[in-house]
Design a protein around this ligand. Structure first.
Ligand code: F6R
Length: 240
């Protein structure tokens, strides 16, 4: 794991955006795995900035998001579909048919998860996967568990995750279920970049980097990947 500690979330955004835009420059047909939440927002702002300033085209890029809430309309302001369009896609020339999500409203969630995994595999697999980390060390919505998960699946969110994310839900109650890529699916990305900022992440970050590899700390599996870059601010790095 390559760990970089920077002063501010904005500096992290600049550094991580460069990794992604360099990939798009080198490989205009690359496949990107994307995350939602607060952590990637400065990265997405800086990707849009570089796209506009340097004219890098995203027309050949395909994206696959990590997760999506169940039982929330796609157009809801809190769906990850809406988040990604507002925070990133609307600022790029990426093609709508090239952005992919798990359908949290699918009636057959198992079939939906198999469809998503097959599509990623048939596209050639993810070149760079962006991750945040939960206060409980989840990646995607892989919550602490007795075993590491494989492909995408429907998950019941833990109280810790509901507590952290319910602040965004002022109109509708926060869903308690989501569809998420599984741990092995995430691990099959060729490169992984994880961002963590703020003091609430410090314990999860320490356990991810310094603790044993255990499904009780889902992010600890990243110790077994050969190309992981972790970007932290000083607060998130404070227990290292
Ligand atoms: C989001 C996701 C989650 C978040 C994590 C951190 O697609 O899969 O694992 O990355 O919950 O969220 P923030 O960045 O809001 O602290």
């Amino acid at each position: 794991m390559k760990v970089t500690v920077l002063k501010t979330a904005e500096e992290i955004g600049v550094a991580v955006a460069k990794i992604f835009t360099d990939e798009v420059k080198a490989n205009p047909d690359c496949i990107l795995g994307l995350a939602t939440g607060a952590s990637p927002i400065p990265t997405y702002n800086n990707i849009i900035k570089t796209h506009k300033e340097e004219g890098i085209s995203f027309k050949g890029v395909k994206t696959y998001n990590l997760d999506e809430y169940c039982d929330l309309p796609k157009a809801d302001k809190n769906s990850y579909y809406t988040f990604m369009h507002e925070q990133l896609f609307n600022g790029l020339d990426i093609l709508e048919e090239n952005v992919h999500f798990l359908d949290g409203n699918a009636t057959d969630t198992d079939a939906e998860c198999r469809r998503y995994d097959n599509e990623i595999n048939e596209a050639g697999g993810i070149d760079i996967q962006l991750l945040g980390i939960g206060n409980n060390a989840h990646i995607g919505f892989n919550e602490p568990a007795d075993s590491f998960t494989d492909g995408s699946f429907k998950v019941k969110l833990t109280d810790s995750t509901i507590e952290a994310n319910k602040i965004y839900f002022d109109e509708n109650p926060m869903p308690h279920y989501a569809l998420t890529m599984g741990v092995n699916q995430i691990m099959s990305a060729k490169k992984i970049v994880l961002i963590a900022t703020g003091p609430k992440k410090a314990e999860a970050v320490r356990n991810m980097i310094k603790g044993e590899v255990t499904p009780q700390v889902p992010a600890s599996i990243l110790q077994n990947h050969n190309d992981v870059e972790i970007f932290l601010d000083e607060a998130a790095a404070s227990l290292l």
